[in-house]
Write a protein that binds this ligand. Sequence first.
Ligand SMILES: [Zn+2]
Length: 330
Amino acid sequence: MKVVYSPAHLGHDVSHETYLGQPIPAHEVAERAEIIRSALERDGRYTFQEPTDHGDAPITAVHHPGLVRFLAEAWPALEREHLDREYLVADTYPTFRMFEGMSPDLAAGQPEPTSIAGRVGWWGLDTSNPLVEGTYHAARAAVDVALTTVDLVLAGERAAYGLCRPPGHHAARSMAGGYCFFNNAAIAAEAIVRATGERVAILDVDYHHGNGSQQIFWRRGDVFYASIHADPARQYPFFLGYAHETGEGPGVGENLNLPQPAGLADERYLAAVDRALEAIVARPGSVIVVSLGFDTYGRDPIGDFALTTLFRSRGPRRGSGVPSAGALEM
Ligand SMILES: [Zn+2]
């Protein structure tokens, strides 16, 4: 299988994140992607290539141009304001409760703040998303990894793997968060729709719900989003990911959330995978984008599922004979 990888992710060299108000050692670190890269290299069945530059257009096809501008400007702005920080993260966010009882037009019409402390909250979801000097360059490279992986599949590869870091599925149209800056999988799905005119499915197997992917395609009838994840009642991102969220407008029925309990074991997990794949193969389209997060593993430090590696010996699951482009999530 072909693997697309860029060393640019090494510039997103975070060492700490903020969790419940305190700095803790970062979970989403460069070593994570390097371990995957070296394992695939040792395996010998994977050939590596670097991504090609795809420019801004595929990004602004799913993201607000202001988010792109903010991420490009954030670190220089921090330095300009002489804020000596190891990493940039907000402490004030525009929660919907701030506007309770007020006209929705008021919230929608507020201007983006001018200081970096305000801007990072304006475009952000949470404090676990440290931005450092190399973050923007790394996030742009991750998008190009995803899009180059799409190119390979559209050129005839049965499957290809994009080793995307930073990950993407928590990033919404106008919001970064949860270790994510640009939504690599959503950008890939949108690029496939535009290139082929076909419907596309996103299968999100990361431990967490991909709130960003759901938000971006919520009203879309041409991108089906299926996610198997920890119940948001107990786990990040807390406010989206319930089973009753099924899409609106042309997207009604095109969002499938399969929230799961703590301690989830292989058999029940694989039943959920089958359910998602059955929904995918029941729809037209020939490409699946897989948001391939591995924090479902029983020994992962941030998850509470009990999955083992034994399912690897079972062979392909039903419905998996469809070309796919993979992306790394967390
Ligand atoms: Zn995750």
